[in-house]
Design a protein around this ligand. Structure first.
Ligand SMILES: [Zn+2]
Length: 484
């Protein structure tokens, strides 16, 4: 059954709505397969279809969603009634920053759609990945493959008409063993985005075989390795942990809704204040970070956000100074209004919902750190007096305002007098966000830069899980507290 979405939206504006939009998902499919020690433990497939209506009436949002396509007008009515009810309580009328009204289509790059690959072939690939890690000395092995395919049509009362077709693939292998004191030591590999694609063709067996051999060898070394030293020293973060550092202490800290105080119920504040933009020294002058939704091979790129704003590539930290945030039309308008100055020039295009029945909120796109001029990983090591190289997120704990953090990692390597001295286990480091980024003393070149993906970023109430990416180089920070 075809619904005339534009006339439904027109009906809302004719009744007095200031703005309205609808997101229609003809289909959103998710597939998760999980193997543990060679046995399939999960084989989940889900499909959803429906639409969500967002309407602004008398300065308040109303939202309603349905998967029943036979009487869409009821859902539009419900959204309108919800806005009317909310408007009686609203203290600050919601306004939306101006946008360029666009129509267009976005398709994520994918030569082979994983949903078109026969199940037998997918299972065979997973069995092959399992065979690569089924090696002597490995006690636990996991292979995970999660894929997503969705089509979203978007229409709004300002005239935008957008269609998005997005395919994602998230593969992971994980190996673990026990050391001499019975502690588990593990390594995992989530393929960074090497090719300009997000499709099945990225699952190159040769590549996975090599990486599997590497992590197996690392676990064998880990179980026999000394513990991480404790003390104040340099840390060299490989992209495999740098991405999470950036995610938690730049990405989440710079979501404008958090900065305005909206996500507090979900441990979601930020130490950043509106006055900080343009002046706060977030990091050393070597720190350049951007919100880049134009990185073609990453899940943080989606063409247009759920405000109908086009994907952008904006600096958020320039030469160490805070210059931007992760923004939507609503939050930009409110921030500029609260301060009486134009801190933000239009929306950064980061408003996204995880499903048709969720309300769009500010979500990270690809929060990247630019490569620097301090050479390769080897160059950085050779210039380091004493420190540890760290990789692989094991556990993390972040202050609710993102002002401090503690990370432990799967693996480390001890560095002394410019030389790597071998593997160390039970590695951890901690710090205060600003102090830490201000102690950034080396940023690796293009050869060290990788796009790591995040497939399970949680935010909002009710909760929304979102996918995005982080393109990051190897970075060295000095005078960091290392050890448990
Ligand atoms: Zn997150």
């Amino acid at each position: 059954m075809t619904v005339d979405w534009k006339s439904q939206i027109k009906g809302l504006t004719e009744r007095g709505a200031e703005y309205a939009d609808v997101r229609y998902y003809p289909k959103q499919e998710e597939d998760l397969k999980f193997m543990w020690n060679g046995n399939f433990l999960a084989f989940n497939r889900s499909e959803e279809s429906g639409f969500g209506v967002r309407v602004l009436v008398d300065g308040a949002w109303g939202f309603a969603a349905s998967s029943n396509m036979s009487s869409p007008a009821e859902t539009f009515d419900r959204a309108f009634a919800n806005a009317k009810a909310a408007a009686t309580r609203v203290k600050r009328p919601i306004r939306l920053a101006d946008k360029e009204v666009l129509s267009g289509r976005f398709e994520s790059p994918c030569a082979i759609d994983p949903f078109e690959v026969p199940m037998a072939e997918q299972v065979a690939l997973m069995r092959d990945l399992d065979s690569y890690i089924n090696q002597k000395g490995i006690m636990q092995r996991r292979v995970m493959l999660s894929t997503v395919r969705k089509t979203i049509q978007y229409y709004d009362s300002e005239g935008a008409e957008i269609e998005k077709h997005i395919v994602e693939i998230f593969p992971t292998i994980h190996v673990a063993s026990f050391d001499d004191v019975g502690m588990m030591q593990g390594r995992k590999y989530r393929a960074p985005r090497l090719a300009d694609s997000r499709g099945w063709e990225t699952m190159d067996r040769e590549h996975w075989k090599n990486e599997a051999e590497r992590i197996v060898s690392e676990v064998r070394q880990l179980v026999e390795s000394p513990k991480c030293p404790e003390g104040i020293m340099s840390v060299i973060l490989l992209p495999e942990i740098m991405y999470l550092q950036v995610h938690e202490t730049i990405g989440h800290a710079l979501e404008l809704d958090r900065i305005l105080g909206y996500e507090l119920s979900y441990a979601g504040g930020s130490f950043v204040r509106l006055d900080d933009f343009g002046s706060l020294q977030y990091g050393s002058p070597k720190l350049n970070a951007r919100a880049d939704a134009t990185l073609i091979n990453s899940p943080g790129s989606f063409g247009f956000d759920d405000d109908g704003v086009a994907a952008q590539n904006r600096m958020i930290i320039k030469d160490g100074i805070l210059v931007g945030a992760i923004t939507s039309r609503q939050m930009v308008a409110e921030a500029n209004e609260r301060t009486g100055r134009k801190i933000f020039d239009g929306s950064g295009g980061t408003c996204r919902a995880c499903a048709f029945y969720r309300f769009p909120i500010e979500r990270m796109t690809n929060i990247n750190v630019d490569p620097g001029h301090d050479g390769t990983l080897e160059d950085i090591i050779s210039n380091t007096q004493r420190g540890v190289i760290l990789a692989g997120d094991k556990s993390w704990s972040i202050g609710s305002n993102r002002e401090q953090f503690h990370f432990s990692t799967d693996i480390g390597w001890y560095v002394e007098d410019g030389e790597c001295k071998g593997v160390i286990k039970d590695c951890a480091y901690s710090g205060k966000t600003l102090e830490f980024y201000r102690s950034l003393t080396a940023v690796g070149d293009e050869s060290t830069w990788e796009v790591q993906y995040v497939d399970n970023c949680g935010k909002g109430a009710p909760g929304q899980t979102m996918q995005l990416g982080h393109g990051v180089p190897v970075c060295r920070f000095d005078n960091v507290k290392v050890g448990e």
